[in-house]
Design a protein around this ligand. Structure first.
Ligand code: HAM
Length: 420
């Protein structure tokens, strides 16, 4: 019988990874808390209609990537592909929006039927924030500062890329100009781009195809069509970011893959990740609340992909173990076990794992290596009789040394600073 496997693109989080995942989640929750944001949770499944009306029929997410099914009542439901739609739906339904400013955060799993590859999963986790009732550029700046603080705490520094999409009227003119411009070259376009030209011409801007990239050099620019309000908003945001010393790059080709944005859009990008390099993104969506049946309310937010963040941090990840205890023979095993207890008491920051199930020296060292420990303490017959242990480092240039049991604490203290 075939062994059952997890669904393609949907992964288990095993103990090795869970610790780092928890740290990432903790950092974002703490940062959001520190900015006075409140948690909201909403269902994994919503009516398909909600995503169609918010993300947009012509987007890849809605057209190709949703897990949509009929339930037993023949209602069309979908697994949530992102959080903004559900958050807005919940906020309208429970009256969280009118006459109030709201700052919310969420954390959870999302589902998109994309072609799985590095950094692109079919089930992935996002941390997101959504704000309602604030229309100035200050709130755009606040969510970017919130992001900046999270990256700082995690020790990451993704590139912040900004753009403005103007208001719907400005975009409509731009859209027309783009269609006119690209239509002249329709025969040179690949099939996917020809489809985009018909359904969602703005998406041509982030097409990877060479012909589009070349044509974009001469394509009409939205910047030339922006009115006073759009310009002032964008300049206001840039001034605040400059005042806080936040670096950013402006990319007039950044359009994002969801239809609900107006004015500011942004992404945090970590190029070292390769093709799927966006750690997160967001922007303003001032029309969405009204479009989903609420009272017109300005809004802005972002979401981050936690698996991609984990990928960036993996190199610097800490493991569960600092020191692994290896012993050969019954007497040495008992002595080592006692030494472990003594060290845990004397050095509570040190994570010490005792070898179980005996085994040859080679087998025990293999286990030590797998545990991720930086060092092993080894006790064989000779060390037992000399009341010493061998201190051996598994992952650094440090020399192996034989240390008397009486001195082991200070020998370890030289190499393992307390984490506080
Ligand atoms: P998004 O750009 O579609 O925006 O997703 C945000 C982040 O989620 C991406 O930058 C990426 O890190 C991660 N992500 C998306 N799809 C996948 C995938 N298939 N596998 C792994 N990670 C993925 C939104 O979802 C908007 N709701 C953001 C927002 C909130 N805008 C305003 N408020």
């Amino acid at each position: 019988m075939n062994r059952l496997q997890s669904v393609r693109g949907m992964h288990d989080v095993l103990p090795d990874e869970a610790q780092l995942r928890r740290r990432i989640e903790q950092v974002w929750m703490e940062v959001a808390h520190g900015f006075g944001y409140e948690e909201i949770r909403f269902p994994l499944v919503e009516s398909t209609e909600l995503f169609r009306r918010s993300i947009g029929e012509a987007t890849d997410i809605v057209a190709k990537e949703m897990y949509t099914f009929e339930d037993r009542n023949e209602d069309s439901l979908s697994l949530r592909p992102e959080g903004t739609a559900g958050c807005v739906r919940a906020a309208i339904q429970h009256g969280l929006i009118p006459n109030r400013q709201q700052r919310l955060w969420y954390l959870g799993s999302f589902f998109r039927h994309e072609r799985p590859q590095k950094g692109r999963l079919r089930q992935f986790d996002q941390f997101g924030v959504e704000t309602f009732g604030m229309c100035g550029p200050d709130i755009d700046a606040e969510i970017l500062l919130l992001g900046w603080q999270g990256w700082q705490r995690l020790g990451l520094s993704p590139r912040l890329v900004l753009n403005t999409l103007g208001n719907p009227d400005e975009r409509l003119i731009w859209r027309k100009q783009l269609v006119e411009y690209f239509s002249q070259f329709e025969s040179q376009l690949e099939e996917d781009d020809r489809r985009r030209l018909k359904t969602n011409p703005l998406r041509l801007l982030d097409s990877k195809s060479k012909s589009i990239q070349d044509l974009l050099e001469e394509a009409p620019q939205l910047e030339n069509l922006l009115g006073e309000e759009s310009r002032t908003h964008f300049d206001g945001l840039r001034e605040t970011l400059d005042a806080h010393g936040i670096d950013y790059a402006i990319d007039p080709r950044l359009v994002r893959g969801l239809d609900y944005y107006d004015f500011t859009v942004f992404e945090w990008v970590e190029e070292s990740l390769g093709a799927q390099s966006a750690l997160g993104g967001g922007g303003r969506y001032d029309r969405l609340v009204e479009q989903l049946g609420g009272r017109a309310t300005p809004a802005a937010g972002f979401a981050l992909g936690l698996e991609r963040i984990r990928e960036c941090l993996e190199a610097t990840a800490t493991t569960a173990v600092d020191v692994y205890l290896v012993a050969l023979g019954e007497e040495a095993t008992a002595r080592m076990c006692a030494l472990g207890m003594q060290l845990r008491e004397q050095m509570p920051d040190l994570r010490i794992r005792t070898n179980m199930e005996a085994g040859s020296m080679k087998a025990q060292l293999r286990r030590a290596d797998k545990s991720g420990a930086r060092a092993v303490l080894i006790m064989g017959e000779e060390e037992l009789s000399q009341k010493s242990v061998v201190l051996k480092f598994l992952r650094g240039p440090e020399e192996q040394q034989t240390v008397l049991l009486d001195n082991i604490k200070s020998a370890l203290a030289e190499h393992f600073a307390p984490t506080g």
